[in-house]
Design a protein around this ligand. Structure first.
Ligand code: T46
Length: 138
């Protein structure tokens, strides 16, 4: 069974399985990612200079991995702000609901795969930063 290692807070490195035919990387629910995977989507064809996201969630946990290209993710959980570079299909970034996130610096070939713990629900989004602070300030 594959192993994953934490290489930074919530940034996990997945082992790549490979042989003379090429590489294969596996993501499993409740193993590589710490939740049941209810939904998968991917962001691609992003235009130059675009920044997107700008929200937190009430319930949804997510895992982000670039299966091609690269992008950066700004995270703010009201305790810590950090910018994380995703530039390898081996790196998976685990986002908790209280992580305000913004994705930017997409390479033109970037395909950002997102695995989510819940089905899509617009009510689960917190798109107002003041409200985000009220919800998550303890
Ligand atoms: C997130 C980051 C990483 C749906 O209809 N179903 C879906 O499952 C999703 C994800 C989106 N949509 C619709 C809602 C919007 O009309 O697709 C449109 C674009 O979504 P949004 O503006 O929310 O895209 P991002 O890049 O700001 O955020 C997305 C995810 O929505 C969000 O959960 O954490 O990627």
């Amino acid at each position: 069974m594959m192993k994953s290692n934490e290489i930074e807070s919530r940034l996990v490195e997945i082992s790549v399985l490979g042989d003379e035919r090429g590489l294969l990387t596996v993501i499993e629910e409740n193993n590589t990612v710490p939740f049941d995977i209810k939904r998968v989507f991917y962001i691609h064809g992003t235009q130059e200079g675009v920044r997107r996201g700008f929200h937190g969630h009430h319930k949804t946990r997510q895992a982000l991995v670039v299966v091609a290209g690269s992008c950066k993710v700004f995270l703010d959980n009201l305790t810590r702000q950090t910018d994380i570079l995703l530039d390898s299909p081996q790196k998976i970034l685990i986002l908790e609901p209280n992580d305000w996130h913004e994705m930017y610096d997409f390479s033109t070939d970037c395909v950002l795969l997102v695995l989510a713990s819940h089905l899509y629900d617009p009510e689960d989004y917190i798109r107002d930063y003041q409200l985000f602070k009220e919800v998550y300030s303890s």
